[in-house]
Design a protein around this ligand. Structure first.
Ligand code: NAP
Length: 284
């Protein structure tokens, strides 16, 4: 069998059109959704990410502010900027680009963001809301994965989902979101004794590791849905995921490509979260 592709670019275009329409509607009522992106230092990958986020805002009619600071900015100065943005009524979402320089406690900075503006969904209040099923902002990457499953009409009830990776920003929230939709969830990580034994039982596999070829065709049940979160480089320096795409696509039922899969969905869900933050602030 050849897997059907879940096209993250196409789904993103559709969702961003909806965001633009809702943003325009909110604007007519006096609120322009606004995102502040804060970058400290000159990490080249981070610079690309923040540029893409700001451009995506502009394309969807959201107001965005990019604040760039030198790598030697003090933690106190950054906390003061976050506090100012918390109090800025034109800003509905605050994103502090990670990683931060080593002298800054990233968790402390994240906790300084008002939960009402935590559009990255990394604040402990957001994590707690996800865990307890209360309203809050979901981390963008796993949220994007959920939207991809929704886009193919996949009913997770009673299905077995295996998440490979247990980070706070992808693996763990992914598992909680799948659980919330009544999947039976297994979380695997670097100490999992027999990864293949787990993945072979899965109806849905989410690979969020950061290593090429973590998932190969012999590890996938025929017809399974495979979502590839990983971002790696192959021997030619090209972007690739965690999944051996060519091999796995001959076994899986559905698969996301890299690039053009989960990546664009992450930024799209940031726009969705920012719009929702603005709608909540406006009482819409
Ligand atoms: P991370 O914090 O490094 O976590 C990686 C996880 O993979 C850890 O839980 C680790 O287990 C597990 N792991 C490592 N080797 C393993 C193995 N051989 N078998 C099974 N599990 C293994 O990374 P992350 O931030 O979650 O990101 C994961 C990947 O997604 C990266 O490639 C990142 O670039 C990508 N990413 C993509 C997007 C996007 O928009 N597409 C967004 C975020 C991240 P331990 O906990 O035991 O160490």
């Amino acid at each position: 069998m050849t897997a059907q592709l879940i096209d993250g670019n196409a789904l993103s275009r559709q969702l961003r059109t909806e965001v633009a329409q809702r943003a325009a509607a909110l604007k007519t009522r006096g609120t322009t959704p606004g995102l502040a992106v804060v970058l400290v230092g000159d990490n080249p990958a981070s610079q690309v990410y923040v540029r893409n986020k700001v451009k995506a805002c502009e394309d969807s009619g959201l107001h965005s502010v990019l604040e760039k600071y030198d790598a030697d900015m003090s933690e106190a100065a950054l906390l003061a900027r976050v506090e100012a943005l918390n109090n800025d009524p034109a800003i509905h979402g605050i994103l502090v680009q990670l990683p931060l320089p080593a002298h800054i406690d990233a968790q402390k900075v994240i906790e300084a963001i008002s939960p009402a503006k935590d559009v990255d969904g990394f604040h402990i209040a957001s994590a707690g809301a996800l865990m307890t099923g209360m309203p809050g902002f979901w981390p963008c990457t796993p949220y994007g994965c959920m939207k991809m499953l929704e886009s193919i009409g996949y009913d997770l009830r009673g299905k077995h989902a295996v998440v490979i990776g247990r980070s706070n920003i992808v693996g763990k929230p992914m598992a909680l979101m799948l659980l919330q939709k009544d999947a039976t969830v297994t979380i695997c990580h670097s100490r999992t004794a027999d990864l293949k034994a787990q993945t072979l039982q899965a109806d849905v596999i989410v690979a969020a590791v950061g290593k090429r070829n973590v998932l190969t065709a012999d590890m996938v049940k025929p017809g399974a849905v495979v979502l590839d979160v990983g971002m790696n480089r192959n021997d030619e320096g090209k972007l690739c995921g965690d999944v051996d795409f060519e091999g796995v696509k001959s076994v899986a039922g559905w698969i996301t490509p890299v690039p053009g899969g989960v990546g664009p969905m992450t930024i799209t869900m940031l726009l969705v979260n920012t719009l929702e933050a603005a709608e909540r602030a406006a009482g819409a």
